[in-house]
Design a protein around this ligand. Structure first.
Ligand code: ADP
Length: 535
């Protein structure tokens, strides 16, 4: 059987590997693992920028630089077993004096029976000087596979003698993917202390850990999600499609075992301010998975190959924290200049190619949502069949959709009442997008408040509308260009004028399944997720 990270690291020490380079950003996790494996060894820690620190409580024991520290401790390995933990020292490793001191320690460790000092270098950056290459072993903390996660959970459940339904283990294990053994144990302990058992609500704790991971890596942006599918007015086809995929995402383990293909993603194209971004957020909330944004600008680096390296890391991170929604907003801007030659375009073209290959080969639970206004400049291969599960087109809302959107925004502000003649306003607002309609409601509510009125009236809404021009008027030319750009592409309308109210497919059935496997559906999960994301 494969060794756990802890066992693997312990075996490296036993095998007298002199310098072990732990390439990791989370020092707390590494400290816990070290504490777990050291047995009788004395641990001496050096923290770059500080000096010698106490491994247990991190208090400063002596101010010194790395060379001073190594001079002091280099002979401590005679007579007692020592573990040197050097943190964030990657830049120091280039100095000849440091190389010489590390060689001194490493060689004694290997060839002198009376000497026992193992060196751990813990850093998020991997820099090994040529002179030390033969002495350094890189320890990449392997992430547990799904089967290992399940095993880990089952051991935990057995140790504490708690009863957890089999399907809960399966579903939660899928969410644990991307976290290391220690993080998983931490969450299991937290969940146990919190409720004395394990259930589906513990997915929130997992989301929290994943958010930390994303923030630390700095390559993807974690987007807090408040909006749900019910906050989208119209777009019934799109909503219905999302409801279907919800059934899969909320029981991924079961779906995969059943043989269901995991949804790859969607492209949402069309008019600005009509709910494309809203749909990306609502999808993440519906599927109860994190929403992370891939911002190509953020990946661009100064050095040759740096941008590609960043893209690779970002995609790996998305895979590691999956299931997640990976959102690429305004993809036409992200990949503008693809195919053109010279300067920055070369980098963008390479990044685009890299992304395309990844999409093509991806066999994971990263659900891609690409949103775009104008797709005339997007290379056609991006839109080729099979790349996405579906390409949706979002147009300006129809009259019934405008009514829904106005009502949603009134209700959000606690200003909806049945006497309001919303349909009149909906009829007057042909060519307005969702954002315009929201602006009307916002202005009307604000004016009412300033004027000291208790209730909002239809007249107030009509009055506010007079001051807000529709986007179709203000961006007339741009809108025509967008329409032109999509006319030859096979897109599915996101709206369905015939079927106004999207419902979850076989709503009763899906609730029944959820109950059967213990998923808490609906508002409780929504509220929990909401609270978590907002905190
Ligand atoms: P885009 O299509 O450009 O991505 P957004 O989804 O960001 O537009 O919409 C901007 C804002 O306008 C949303 O946050 C929401 O408040 C409002 N809005 C747009 N479309 C809708 C809609 N269909 N239903 C409800 N609100 C909408």
């Amino acid at each position: 059987m494969k060794k756990s990270s802890r066992e693997l690291l312990a075996s490296y020490i036993d095998a007298l590997y002199p310098i072990i380079y732990i390439n990791h950003f989370d020092f707390k996790v590494i400290d816990e693992m070290i504490a777990d494996i050291v047995e009788d060894r004395k641990i001496l820690e050096y923290q770059n920028g500080l000096g010698a620190v106490d491994f247990e409580n991190k208090s400063l024991k002596q101010e010194c630089d790395l060379s001073g520290f190594l001079h002091i401790v280099k002979d401590d390995g005679y007579g007692s077993a020592i573990l040197l933990v050097l943190k964030d020292v990657h830049d120091e490793l280039k100095k000849p004096e440091i190389i010489a001191l590390l060689k001194y320690i490493a060689e004694r460790n290997m060839y002198n029976e009376d000497y026992n000092t193992c060196v751990f270098i813990v850093s998020s950056k991997l820099c090994i000087p040529d002179e030390l290459e033969d002495l350094v072993t890189v320890f990449d903390m392997p992430l547990p596979e799904l089967s290992e996660i399940k095993e880990l959970m089952e051991d935990f459940i057995q140790d504490l003698q708690i009863t957890v339904p089999e399907n809960v283990v399966g579903e939660i294990a899928v969410s644990f993917k991307g976290l290391n053994e220690f993080q998983i144990r931490q969450i299991l302990n937290l969940a146990y202390q919190d409720g004395g058992c394990l259930d589906f609500d513990d997915k929130q704790l997992i989301l929290g850990q994943k958010e930390q991971l994303i923030k630390k890596a700095g390559l993807l942006e974690m987007i807090p999600v408040k909006e749900s599918v019910e906050d989208i007015g119209g777009l019934e086809n799109l909503k219905e499609w999302l409801y279907k995929k919800e059934v899969i995402f909320n029981q991924l383990d079961r779906a995969m075992k059943y043989g269901v293909d995991i949804p790859k993603g969607i492209m949402i194209v069309g008019m600005p301010g009509c709910g494309k971004s809203l749909a990306a957020k609502a999808a993440a909330k519906l599927f109860e998975i994190p929403l992370v944004r891939l911002d190509i600008g953020r990946l661009l680096g100064k050095y040759v190959g740096e941008s590609e390296h960043n893209m690779r890391r970002a995609l790996k991170l998305a895979e590691a924290i999956s299931p997640c929604v990976l959102w690429i907003d305004e993809i036409e801007k992200a990949f503008s200049g693809v195919g053109e030659s010279g300067g920055g375009s070369d980098v963008t073209t390479r990044l685009f190619g890299q992304f395309l290959t990844w999409m093509q080969e991806k066999e994971n639970t990263v659900f891609i949502v690409s949103t775009a206004n104008d797709i005339s400049k997007i290379p056609p291969e991006f839109l080729r069949k099979g790349r996405f599960d579906e390409l949706f087109y979002v147009d300006f809302p129809g009259v019934e959709e405008r009514k829904q959107i106005i009502e949603i925004h009134l209700k959000k502000r606690n200003k909806w009442n049945k006497d309001l003649d919303v349909i009149s306003l909906a009829k007057k607002t042909e060519g307005y997008n969702g954002a315009d309609l929201e602006a009307i409601v916002k202005d009307a509510v604000e004016n009412c408040f300033i004027e000291g009125k208790e209730q909002l009236s239809t007249e107030d809404l009509i009055e506010a509308q007079k001051n807000i021009k529709s986007i179709s008027v203000t961006l007339d030319r741009r809108i025509k260009e967008i329409k032109e750009s999509i006319k030859d592409i096979d897109l599915k309308p996101a709206s369905n004028p015939e079927n106004r109210h999207a419902t979850r497919p076989g709503a009763k059935k899906s609730v029944a399944i959820s109950k059967e496997i213990g998923i808490s559906t609906g508002s409780r999960v929504a509220t929990l997720l909401n609270n978590f994301m907002l905190n």
